[in-house]
Design a protein around this ligand. Sequence first.
Ligand SMILES: Nc1ncnc2c1ncn2[C@@H]1O[C@H](COP(=O)(O)OP(=O)(O)O)[C@@H](O)[C@H]1O
Ligand SMILES: [Mg+2]
Length: 523
Amino acid sequence: MSTEFNLSRIDKQRYRPASDVEDTLDELRRNLIVGEKFRVGRLAIARSLAEEEPVGFLSKGTEMGTSIEGQTLFGEDSPIWASLVVEACPDLVTSIEQFKGLVEAHWTRGARLLQQDLEAADMKPAKFITTLAAMAKDRIGSPAVLYSDESFEIPQNTGEIVIRVGELSLNTKGDSPISYVLNGPGISPHIAVLGKTRSGKTRTGIVMAEQIAAQNGLPMLLIDPKGEFISKGAFVRKSEWQGRTLADRFPGIKAIDVPNQPIPLDFLNRSPRPTPIELAQLAMGFKDSFQKCLRAKGDAALNILRQSVQDLLTNSSAPVSLEHVLDEVQDANQRQGRGTNTIEAKLSEMCALNLFRPEIAPHRFFSGRWAIGLGDATEESRRLVIFLLLDALAKYLLSLPDSQTDAEGNRAIRHLLVIDEAKEILSYKHGALSNLVRKSAAKGGIVMLLSQSPDDFSGEEDDFLSQIGSLIVFTSSTNSVKDLRAALGRRLAPEDFSDKNLPTGVALTKLPKHDLMKVRAWR
Ligand SMILES: Nc1ncnc2c1ncn2[C@@H]1O[C@H](COP(=O)(O)OP(=O)(O)O)[C@@H](O)[C@H]1O
Ligand SMILES: [Mg+2]
């Protein structure tokens, strides 16, 4: 029996990738993973290990590139690398030659996969890195413990949810009443209500949200960018509701008027025993949201921001505020002898506005009913608030186990998100919103987006609209109806959405289990 195959042999061995991938690796090293050669080598091996498919040995006679010693390639983590390589191989690994062959095959395959990933990301570093980070998440799965208070039960409402289109909900052909099941099997429960200003979309959306939330105490988050429902720190009495407020229609809902009142959400909350990957993803998510909302540029400064958030999250378990982030960024800039930059200045501006006070953990916050009014917020702070709220909601909701279905296959509902005036937010292609639309249905999430025109969705991925089960389109001016074609399942022309075709109160609708039809929502 040979005893030659052990960890110190692994360290002493030299490994090399096939020579034809060396260009790819050098290119990555020049642009993205700068520093020693082993870094990009490790990334390539890890990329290949993330594949389900076992790797095949390189064929004999493959021309090989330059080598790195195991000690350098794997560093202090060689036991972990060795375990991962052995575990990924369906056969028993019994010799150092076999092990070396596997490492070299992974290295080579990983380099090719990275090249493909980079091309799929249109050669954009940020997109490429986000894709890689998302892969890590999929493999690790959701953390076992979601929150520290074990007594907490995820609120959910079982049974079918039957709703109508606005107050009247009459098919214009024959005036027959229309209603439908929102959470039935195989149905996307998300809703988009589109139409030009004053076409009645907010009012219709609120009526529909009320029908959904009639299920007792269904948690909800309503985002009111114009401050139509919340002003001066309180709910607005609406004349068209005979002086009633949002709170009369959604019992228990609390108003927050940003920036006059801070949102009490711990927006950078991590699970009780976070993995380094969870923390890295949180920090990266924060950086992305910050960058998007400020349209910020400056790779180095943004990288310091990300690193600062990651350090804060790693070094303590206390809630992190924007002020903490600012302090940390200022320290980092000073330590590195950098002056203040725009990122720091913007962060300081946002801190002065007192947007968040991180008091309530997401699982508690998103178990309540909140209406966030942003009528007095600046454009940038409005975006930051919405992005950070959506980041936290997506992280919370998507970490939950799938919600139950009843005997008829109706999915239990856990949360309703309503975004009015979603046009602006849609234009930012924000990851959390698209994740909520794509993935939250299985978790019992419902997303309702109210926006002006089908064109507002053109910033999103091509299939974004087709992930939305209920489309309700009032008269709208639209240039391109190509996005609607897939979603509505029919060829349409811009004229189909004109005032002539859609008189006041009438919407063209595509509802689950119904054909395309015109429905009168209000008169
Ligand atoms: N069901 C309804 N009954 C009467 N008037 C309505 C109804 N729905 C909307 N309206 C009126 O139409 C106008 C615009 O409605 P709104 O929902 O604010 O439109 P949008 O959100 O598309 O700008 C408001 O003055 C509103 O009172
Ligand atoms: Mg409106």
